[in-house]
Ligand binder design. Structure first.
Ligand code: ZN
Ligand code: ZN
Length: 102
C-alpha cells in the first residue's frame, strides 16, 4: 500500500493519473518533493532510488545488477558460475536475506 502524501488517499501505488488530475503534478514533480508512490525501490548496491521496470528487478541498473549477481549467486542458480565458486561470509549473509525475501 502507498499513500498519496498530498491528500492522504491510499492506493496500491500512487498513479500519475491521480497526481495529474487531483494535484496537477507529474510523477517526477511528486518525487522531487521527496514523496514516494510505492513503486520505487532502493538499489542494494548503490542505494539509489529507482523504479523497477520488471517485477523482479532488484537493482537500479544493469551495472548494479551484475555486481549484485556476482555478490549473491553461486553455481546453484547459474551454471555459468562454475564449481570453484566459494562464498565469503558476507555473500552468504546476503543470499539468506535474498531467499527470505523472494
Ligand atoms: Zn492525492
Ligand atoms: Zn544501483
Amino acid at each position: 500500500m502507498a499513500k498519496c502524501e498530498i491528500c492522504g488517499e491510499e492506493f496500491n501505488h500512487v498513479s500519475w493519473k491521480h497526481l495529474r488530475y487531483k494535484h496537477g503534478l507529474s510523477l517526477d514533480e511528486y518525487r522531487a518533493m521527496g514523496h514516494r508512490t510505492g513503486v520505487e525501490k532502493d538499489c542494494p548496491i548503490c542505494g539509489k532510488m529507482f523504479i523497477p521496470r520488471r517485477r523482479r528487478q532488484i537493482t537500479c541498473s544493469k551495472k548494479c545488477g551484475y555486481i549484485y549477481i556476482s555478490q549473491t549467486y553461486s553455481g546453484e542458480n547459474s551454471p555459468a558460475y562454475g564449481k570453484e565458486f566459494s562464498h565469503s561470509e558476507e555473500s552468504k549473509r546476503k543470499i539468506s536475506k535474498h531467499n527470505a525475501r523472494y
